[in-house]
Ligand binder design. Structure first.
Ligand code: F6R
Length: 362
């Protein structure tokens, strides 16, 4: 049931603090992360490379996970779209850890990619929300996201729980390969424990986002831009908007826009700027100025900052958090913005056209 919410999507957006808390409580006990049965010390010593493979929103969670593995565990990580994985001749052997992320656990491309990785000797881990699903059965090891059933076609709570597992895995790997100091370990775990509360705070902005969504319902196209981790979040924000509002949006790395696509900016073209990476704020401000000079309507999502506010048409402040973890926080307004824009356009938000909850064809 929708538990008093008008749609499953809104219910699931609001369930994120609880889903994350449950996932964290199940895995983390003081400074211990319960992945001993998933990856032993010996297995970790053997591994020299990670592949994360998934589709759609789960792929976007994988992009954030790659960032966490690189930054936190200092391990080479690659992310691939499952349907392309097999054609890219991935360099896989017995020393490769291959992680497959799938809410439903039934996505055929992801399942086939897993079979391929297994046949080349990789150790495989599934991250999935559905117990007993095909992908969970095929993998050597399984980690379940504790998101609860996700009914809305547009994935929300599955995404953030997939991300938290990937971050915990990165911290666990860093700890056990001694690439993470005790101090950083505690620092990161403290942040992880705070994420559900911060998302709760974020959800309180919903009225403001509803108001901003009214400015988007008549638009036919738009852009999402960001640098670093913000670009990965932009990709997911853009996908949410496309699938439930049918507005054509594209995400770009902020610095790449001027290499061609800026030609599409006209008077009133909405550009959603993600600016949560503190050391990149000045660069974001100059990107916003370039866009404004060409008529763009700029909505900025970032840590509260006077200068950012001053250059933007609309500003949605987000809770302060260590840069490495900002993707958990900045996605919340993007999910709400897509949701309210869809409602404003009278679209069946839980069942948008042409889409199914799990994709079992290649
Ligand atoms: C987008 C969405 C899809 C899925 C993708 C993978 O909101 O839901 O992009 O993320 O089809 O599905 P799973 O995770 O079930 O493999």
């Amino acid at each position: 049931t929708k538990n008093g919410y008008p749609h499953f999507m809104l219910k699931e957006i609001f369930e994120q603090p609880k889903a994350l808390r449950e996932t964290i409580n199940r895995m983390v006990h003081e400074d211990n992360i319960g992945f001993e049965n998933i990856l032993s010390r010996e297995e970790l010593e053997k591994i020299n490379k990670v592949y994360i493979v998934a589709c759609g929103t789960a792929y976007h969670a994988g992009l954030q996970g790659k960032y966490a593995l690189n930054k936190i565990s200092k391990l080479e990580a690659n992310v691939e779209v499952a349907s392309e994985f097999r054609y890219n001749d991935p360099f896989i052997d017995e020393r490769t850890l291959a992680i497959f992320v799938s809410q439903s656990g039934e996505t055929l491309d992801t399942l086939e990619a897993m079979k391929e990785a297994k046949s080349k000797g990789a150790m495989t881990i599934a991250i999935t929300n559905v117990v007993g699903s095909s992908i969970s059965r095929e993998a050597h090891k399984v980690i379940y996201t504790m998101a609860g059933p996700e009914i809305a076609v547009a994935s929300t709570k599955a995404y953030t729980t997939q991300m938290i597992i990937l971050y915990l895995l990165a911290i666990y790997i860093g700890k056990n390969r001694n690439t993470l100091s005790k101090k950083d370990l505690n620092h990161y775990l403290n942040i992880i424990n705070e994420i559900p509360n911060k998302i709760e705070q974020e959800l309180k902005n919903k009225e403001e986002i509803l108001t901003i969504s009214k400015l988007l319902v008549d638009k036919n196209n738009g852009f999402y831009i960001g640098r670093g981790l913000d670009y990965q979040t932009a990709l997911e924000g853009s996908l949410k908007m496309k699938e439930i509002t049918y507005i054509h949006t594209e995400a770009f790395p902020s610095g790449e826009l001027k290499h061609g696509s800026i030609a599409l900016i006209e008077n009133g073209t909405p550009v959603i700027v993600l600016a949560t990476q503190k050391e990149l704020i000045d660069k974001s401000i100059s990107n916003i100025k370039e866009l404004k000079a060409r008529g763009a309507f700029v909505i900025t999502i970032g840590f509260d900052n006077e200068n950012l506010r001053a250059v933007s048409d609309k500003f949605i402040p987000v809770e302060n958090i260590d840069n490495i973890f900002s993707g958990f926080i900045s996605i919340i307004p993007l999910q709400l913005l897509a949701y309210y824009t869809s409602i404003g356009k009278n679209i069946d938000v839980d069942k948008p056209r042409n889409l199914a909850k799990s994709v079992t064809v290649e």
